[in-house]
Design a binder for this molecule. Sequence first.
Ligand code: NAD
Ligand code: LMR
Length: 324
Amino acid sequence: MVKVTVCGAAGGIGQPLSLLLKQSPLVDHLSLYDIVNTPGVAADLSHINTKSKVTGHVGADQLEEAIKDSDIVVIPAGVPRKPGMTRDDLFKINAGIVRDLATAAAKFAPKAFMCIISNPVNSTVPIVAEVFKKHNVYDPRRIFGVTTLDIVRASRFVSEVKGKDPKDVNVTVVGGHSGNTIVPILSQLGESFTQEELDALTHRIQFGGDEVVKAKDGAGSATLSMAFAGARFALNVLEAAVKGTSVTECTYIDLAAASPEAVQSVKEATGDDSLTYFSLPVELGPDGVKSTLPIGAISDYEKKLFAAAGAELKGNIAKGASFQ
Ligand code: NAD
Ligand code: LMR
């Protein structure tokens, strides 16, 4: 019996994400939690003729039953950006929301794989980790910051420039999930780019989220592409855990779960030996993180991106880790 809980399931990401998860034969029970509207979303999705049972749960009183014994908890709960805001501006509201959801997970589903979508991801993942530590149920292999949208965007944007099918373009994107902390390693693609292409692509991958925020003009940020990316990530975690399929995804993790080689590669690339969280290519397995790949060869151009990413990430991590 595989139970997946979506927290924030009635939201802009939550609804299409739940629809995509409803299509998976790997899921037996899809549990939808939000502070509003989940009975309607659950009733609607429950008519789809795939095998999973769908239940809707509303408000803090129903959080325990929603989350209890989940195998995966996906969290896209909280407020999105409006034009002019940074992801860090969301911390004030989203930190408390994520902490409370993580507390319920630590109590009622301590073995769940936690997939954190709520921004600022660079800080919300350390918040979840600290809650699990406080409840003595922390396993760094099971907590992930979902950065898959950066990988999806990078593939799409590069394929547009190179006239390729995006399925043949797999860009490694590491670091964190906000502006300068997002580091695409285009030099590893085996493609040649002009300096102008490199600058434009790097900027577009780092600031792709802003394009959507601007286009939505006050009505939120990426939801549909995020649902696609979030479902891909969550289902890959499940594939690896349930079916033993070997899948590698870049994801933001506590470096306590990373190999010494991968940790060393973060130190060398950023020039900073104090970073405790970083997104890396992760091989997923039955317990979450199975192994981590080092960053690999990088260009001088990317070396500068890594230095800028490390400097910003450090503050984001400290802010999340010290939040009570
Ligand atoms: P939204 O406002 O459309 O939906 C958020 C949902 O969360 C709402 O339904 C709301 O009722 C619910 N919610 C609020 N407080 C809650 C609580 N305490 N418990 C459960 N649910 C609660 O927002 P959205 O567009 O779906 O974005 C959600 C979050 O995802 C934002 O923080 C956004 O920045 C982030 N995001 C992350 C990525 C990424 O790549 N990781 C991409 C896009 C958006
Ligand atoms: C994104 O990258 O689209 C998300 O992090 C949402 C945002 O605020 O840009």
